[in-house]
Design a binder for this molecule. Structure first.
Ligand code: DAH
Length: 339
């Protein structure tokens, strides 16, 4: 029995040594150490041995078992290491190959100016409000003191969806929505898309962007309006910029004004851009008409406010010296990559 065990030891260690794959090793393990394996088969014959021989053979069998297990363990480690080595050599990466270049996206000039503008107004304590582009006639016109027959509706070529629903022609309905929704003090800007049935040319588009502003509190006067808008323009176009206000008419403000700024190109001397005027019209504004406040449920004897609205395309064209509005909608990469 001892010889049998020793010969199993020798043969098995040799087989392990020669094995090449984990599968082969596994086969050897089962053949020698398994429940129906060679060592188990020999131990089954222990009954034939004398009482003195039995523990000696038992110890030898256990020793061989341990030796074989250890040899298997080491061989498996070796095979795996070899496999890994082989894999690393075969899958070598050539890190000297030049990388692929990705075209980085850029922000649209309109978005750049809007971001700048938001930053300025947020800094003055405003927050940002929004409203739907498909709007009730009631909010776009009626509650802004422009009833169905009002002549000033003519100047805004409206896309009607039904008799009472329009594509908003201005961001001013966000004023109404804000006042219906919130109690004063109110300080918001509302940027967004607006629509008018205009022919496309260098300064017109049926879709463009406006920014609305609204401030409602006690004791708000024309001085607040002028101070706020002047600070805004100087922030955006530089301290040297001058502003002036001209009387105007909007149904929802009283009094109303338009604000001009000195031409950013010639500084006010007069050039082609400002058509020799030295001034460029920049926005409409005014003191919120008490009729509008009352329609929105705000006590006009206690509160007053100012509002303003401006075209974002116009501001962007001036900020970046763009002479044709169409450039901003055509997605020409040669244009867009300049910002
Ligand atoms: N809604 C006007 C327009 O589309 C701009 C405007 C003027 C907005 C005066 C105002 C305002 O809030 O007070 O031309």
């Amino acid at each position: 029995m001892k010889e049998q065990l020793e010969s199993i030891r020798l043969a098995t260690l040799e087989q392990i040594e020669n094995a090449k794959t984990p599968a082969e090793i596994d086969e050897i393990r089962v053949k020698v150490l398994g429940k129906k394996g060679e060592i188990t088969a020999i131990l089954k014959q222990m009954g034939k041995l004398s009482a003195e021989e039995r523990p000696v053979m038992g110890a030898l069998a256990n020793e061989i078992r341990e030796v074989v297990e250890k040899a298997i363990e080491e061989k498996v480690k070796k095979i795996n290491a070899e496999l890994l080595e082989k894999q690393l050599i075969e899958e070598k990466l050539d890190i000297t190959l030049p990388g692929e270049e990705f075209a980085m996206g850029k922000r649209h000039p309109i978005q750049l100016v809007l971001d700048e503008l938001k930053e300025i107004f947020l800094g003055m304590g405003f927050s940002v409000a929004a409203g739907p582009e498909v709007e009730l006639d009631k909010y776009n016109f009626e509650m802004l003191n422009m009833p169905k027959s009002h002549p000033s509706r003519d100047t805004q070529d409206t896309f009607y969806i039904t008799e009472n629903i329009v594509l908003r022609t201005q961001t001013s309905p966000v004023q109404v929505r804000t006042m219906l929704d919130k109690k004063p003090p109110i300080r918001i800007i509302a940027p967004g898309r607006v629509y008018r049935a205009d022919e496309v040319d260098a300064t017109h588009s049926p879709l463009f962007h406006q920014i609305e502003g609204l401030v409602i509190d006690e004791n708000i006067t024309m001085a607040d309006l002028k101070g706020t808008l002047e600070a805004f323009i100087k922030n955006l176009f530089g301290e040297q910029t001058q502003v002036r206000f001209r009387p105007h008419h909007f149904a929802y403000t009283e009094p109303s004004a338009e604000m001009d700024m000195t031409c950013f190109k010639c500084g006010g001397k007069g050039c082609r851009l400002c058509k020799g005027e030295g001034w460029i019209e920049i926005l409409g504004a005014g003191i919120v008409n008490p009729v509008v406040l009352e329609a929105c449920g705000i006590d006009s004897t206690k509160y007053s406010g100012f509002a303003f609205g401006m075209g974002l395309e116009r501001l962007t064209m001036m900020r970046y010296d763009i002479d044709d509005m169409r450039l901003m909608y055509e997605n020409d990469m040669r244009f867009l990559s300049q910002f």
